[in-house]
Design a protein around this ligand. Structure first.
Ligand SMILES: Nc1ncnc2c1ncn2[C@@H]1O[C@H](COP(=O)(O)OP(=O)(O)OP(=O)(O)O)[C@@H](O)[C@H]1O
Ligand SMILES: O=P(O)(O)OC[C@H]1O[C@H](OP(=O)(O)OP(=O)(O)O)[C@H](O)[C@@H]1O
Ligand SMILES: [Mg+2]
Length: 280
């Protein structure tokens, strides 16, 4: 049985559980349950704090887990990234008061930096030869400067709204581009490939739609230039020999633009359908 660590709280938990459901796994029904076996799919889910997941996977106690890249690097657990999962994107940045004297990385020399990710920040500063004092906080790090326990912070930034509300401004280089990831441990369980294929299927299903349309046969080459599909478009005959029916996968972001172009080429009855699951 493949043993999978899933975040039980925070920014990752809801989407991670949704992805697993879309990938065909059964999840826990009671949010107080910490373990759930999906016997049919031969997997067992362990609902854990996002910060602890790399520790369990790195030690080999669990086979794989869903966590954040920032949490993995901060853990020094020996777990490794298997694949990005394309949600919970953020950057990890330094920030300081807009009107203060800490404006660039070198200004951090001898200063206090508050963070919930001390290992990640320490590694970054050491590599660049900056000696600062790290102040470890559990969360709400943005308040540390105002409350006088630090001169700057290093934290997760998504929209930047939390920083702005605390009167802070980003400075210095990007510490890390983070995202939700699947991580693995010292030995690769044979069931990991199937899990990964299913999760990638969910990502494809979210990213693409199916376009169906009717087209005059003599415009087929031009239409294939507009939307070529994964391999090549599926083309079926219509009763009228001058027309064909075409089916193609396109990126959902581009669907409307592609529909406009196909319409201009003379396509009719252009339909968009969502994909529920996929294996490419
Ligand atoms: N606002 C956000 N946007 C995108 N990703 C985020 C955001 N906040 C946190 N994350 C990411 O989510 C992961 C877990 O962080 P999260 O804040 O959910 O955990 P936590 O701080 O331990 O929990 P909590 O905030 O509930 O106490 C990290 O990888 C982090 O980068
Ligand atoms: O750039 P923003 O869109 O404002 O998001 C970033 C904020 O989100 C997270 O906070 P969270 O809600 O997890 O609280 P925490 O700081 O207590 O972990 C993170 O720690 C930042 O504070
Ligand atoms: Mg948080």
């Amino acid at each position: 049985m493949l043993r999978i660590a899933v975040p039980n709280k925070g920014s990752l938990s809801e989407i991670a559980s949704e992805m697993l459901t879309e990938a065909g796994y059964s999840g826990r029904r009671d949010s107080r349950k910490l373990v759930h076996a999906d016997v049919r799919n031969d997997v067992e889910f362990f609902y854990l704090r996002p910060r602890d997941i790399a520790t369990y996977v790195g030690s080999g106690a669990l086979d794989v887990g869903i966590t954040g890249r920032d949490l993995l690097l901060d853990s020094h657990s020996g777990a490794t990234e298997i694949s990005a999962l394309e949600f919970a994107d953020s950057t990890f940045r330094f920030a300081s008061p807009a009107d203060g004297d800490v404006k660039e990385l070198a200004d951090l020399h001898g200063k206090r930096v508050a963070t919930s990710y001390p290992q990640l920040v320490d590694d970054f500063l050491q590599e660049r030869g900056v000696v600062a004092t790290l102040v470890k906080l559990d969360g709400a790090v943005e308040s540390a400067v105002q409350l006088g326990v630090a001169d700057a912070v290093a934290d997760v930034v998504s929209t930047g709204a939390t920083l702005r509300a605390a009167g802070l401004e980003i400075f210095g280089p990007v510490i890390l581009e983070s995202t939700a990831i699947l991580i693995g441990g010292p030995t690769q369980h044979p069931g990991v490939d199937r899990l990964l294929r299913r999760l990638r299927g969910v990502l494809v299903a979210r990213k693409y739609v199916i376009l169906d349309y009717d087209l005059p046969l003599d415009r087929l080459d031009e239409a294939s230039q507009v939307a070529g599909g994964i391999e090549s478009p599926t083309v079926s005959p219509l009763k009228d020999p001058n027309w064909v029916a075409v089916r193609v996968m396109v990126s959902s972001d581009e669907a409307n633009e592609v529909m406009d172009k196909l319409y201009d080429l003379g396509a009719k009855a252009i339909l968009v359908t969502a994909i529920h699951a996929a294996r490419l």
